[in-house]
Write a protein that binds this ligand. Structure first.
Ligand SMILES: [Zn+2]
Length: 170
């Protein structure tokens, strides 16, 4: 648990919170800054700044819990947005992984739409090539379990997430 992290305190109940589901590793809470009534967040109890530094089994468990709670809520909603803001540039405001579960209704005035970008075939080919190469190295690293990040490295990745991504692009 990280003392200056609000999500850690919410997850461990050291500040008032509204847990919907909880086990040893994760907790699903009513969001303390909700977009609508019923907006929840699924968070790991251990402090991880971004998804990439979470162990795969825990990430799997977190998503499974989010999916189960989401399907329970689906009976009372017309739809559901399942959102991870991973990195500051992606709108992440807390350095602690959380999956937002936002129940939706028609004409609820919440909007996550974007305008599709027209990319040339060359741009698509370049992006495919770069990302395929990157994916290869990531999967090799994971197979050998070569890197375990300490907390400082994880924080650095969180802060530089977008910068590092941009450096890889041409
Ligand atoms: Zn935390």
């Amino acid at each position: 648990m990280k003392q200056n992290c609000k999500q850690c305190h919410l997850a461990h109940g050291t500040v008032p919170s509204f847990p919907v589901y909880e086990d040893n590793d994760i907790v699903v809470l009513l969001c303390d800054e909700p977009s609508v009534s019923g907006h929840m967040v699924a968070i790991p109890k251990e402090h991880f700044p971004i998804l990439e530094v979470m162990p795969d089994p825990l990430a799997g468990k977190l998503f499974a819990a989010a999916t189960k709670v989401s399907s329970a809520l689906f009976e009372h909603a017309q739809g559901m947005n399942v959102i991870v803001q991973n990195g500051i540039s992606a709108g992440q405001d807390a350095a602690h992984v959380q999956i937002h579960l936002i129940p939706r209704a028609q004409n609820d005035n919440i909007n996550f739409n974007w305008m599709p970008k027209q990319l040339s075939e060359e741009e698509m080919n370049n992006a495919e090539f770069l990302l395929k190469e990157q994916a290869k190295s990531v999967f090799v690293e994971q197979e050998h379990q070569v890197h375990v990040l300490d907390e400082h490295q994880a924080e650095e990745i969180h802060e530089n997430f977008q910068v590092k991504r941009l450096r890889r692009m041409p």
